[in-house]
Design a protein around this ligand. Structure first.
Ligand SMILES: [Zn+2]
Ligand SMILES: [Zn+2]
Length: 325
């Protein structure tokens, strides 16, 4: 049965073709014994270590020049009644379904693109929401990465939020390598005056990358110029004239275009989802998980970068499939 599951995953078939979770889990290749510190290169370059755990195994088992990983966004989990089309409680069932699919697909890592929780009357109550939804995400057997969204820091500081996610990369922005690709987590939660968002001290439409982050980003992409790069950010880098856009998005795009190795930017925040292509770089916004009742309105995706540089977005629930060529 294990062999059967492995063969089916190798053929990249859908979850229904390998529907016995317990059997599939027995041969998951992500070793629990591998320290996540081995996997991460921090934003400050201190560790400098490349993927020696999950990703090295991934490389040994996958065709060269391709990679698959999971993305989800805007779960807005809260134990409260729906507001409009936001069904806050249903995000638990949706997250569980998402993690089950990611585990069956044997993905090396998954990125949560921000707005993990929604508001509570008291900070300690919201902390409980955070621990609950992050606990469900932690059932994912690969590496978990958290992008900061504006709702993540409505009640918490960035350090408080990340410190309670159980991530071993409690940083707003950093990068890591996997499968011969370079991945960058960005933080657009800075005000126009440079102050970091913290405990609601911001206007959510005033989203920016900090000057320090921009310097780091330029240097990070230059150091990884021999690899194709994928960026993750909550707010949107393709539309600075709109409310959901990062206000210094044009500056950021120039850095990405100058680097020459950025293939795609994956985003959240705009709940309906979106796609734009600017100067050869795709900006894909994933539909929000919180929108609509029940798992039939779920939204998440498995992203595959193919050897020919095309990108397959394998959408689940209401997220449509896309092929970006
Ligand atoms: Zn949101
Ligand atoms: Zn948001």
């Amino acid at each position: 049965m294990n062999t059967n599951c492995r063969m089916k995953r190798t053929n990249a078939v859908r979850q229904k073709d390998c529907d016995r979770v317990t059997h599939c889990r027995q041969d998951l290749w992500v070793p629990r014994s591998v320290s996540r510190r081995d996997f991460i290169r921090t934003s400050f370059g201190a560790a400098g270590a490349l993927a020696v755990g999950a990703c090295s195994l991934f490389e040994s088992r996958s065709p060269a020049g391709t990679i698959s990983f999971g993305i989800l966004t805007d779960t807005h989990y809260a134990d409260k009644d729906p507001g409009g089309e936001r069904h806050y409680r249903d995000s638990i069932a949706k997250m569980r379904q998402c993690v089950e699919v990611f585990n069956k697909r044997n993905l090396p890592f998954a990125v949560e693109l921000g707005d993990l929780v929604d508001a509570a009357p008291k900070k300690e109550t919201e902390l409980g929401f955070l621990k609950t939804i992050s606990g469900h995400f932690s059932e994912f057997q690969g590496e978990r990465h958290y992008v900061l969204g504006n709702h993540c820091v409505a009640a918490f500081t960035k350090e408080e939020f990340l410190g309670n996610c159980g991530t071993e990369t409690p940083k707003g922005y950093y990068s890591f390598d996997c499968g011969g690709f370079h991945f960058v987590i960005l933080d657009a939660n800075f005000r126009g005056d440079g102050a970091p968002y913290a405990a609601g001290n911001f206007d959510w439409t005033d989203s920016n990358l900090s000057d320090r982050e921009l310097v780091w980003l330029r240097n990070d992409l230059r150091a990884a110029r021999d690899k194709r790069a994928v960026l993750f950010v909550h707010q949107n880098l393709h539309n600075e004239t709109e409310m959901t856009g990062v206000k210094n998005g044009a500056r950021v795009r120039r850095i990405l275009e100058d680097a020459g190795n950025v293939r795609v930017v994956l985003q959240g925040h705009h709940h309906a989802g979106a796609h734009a292509r600017i100067n050869g770089i795709d900006y894909f916004t994933l539909r929000a998980m919180v929108e609509g009742p029940g798992v039939e309105n779920n939204s998440f995706a498995v992203v595959t970068i193919n050897e020919d540089n095309s990108i397959a977005i394998d959408g689940f629930g209401q997220q449509a499939d896309r092929l970006l060529t």
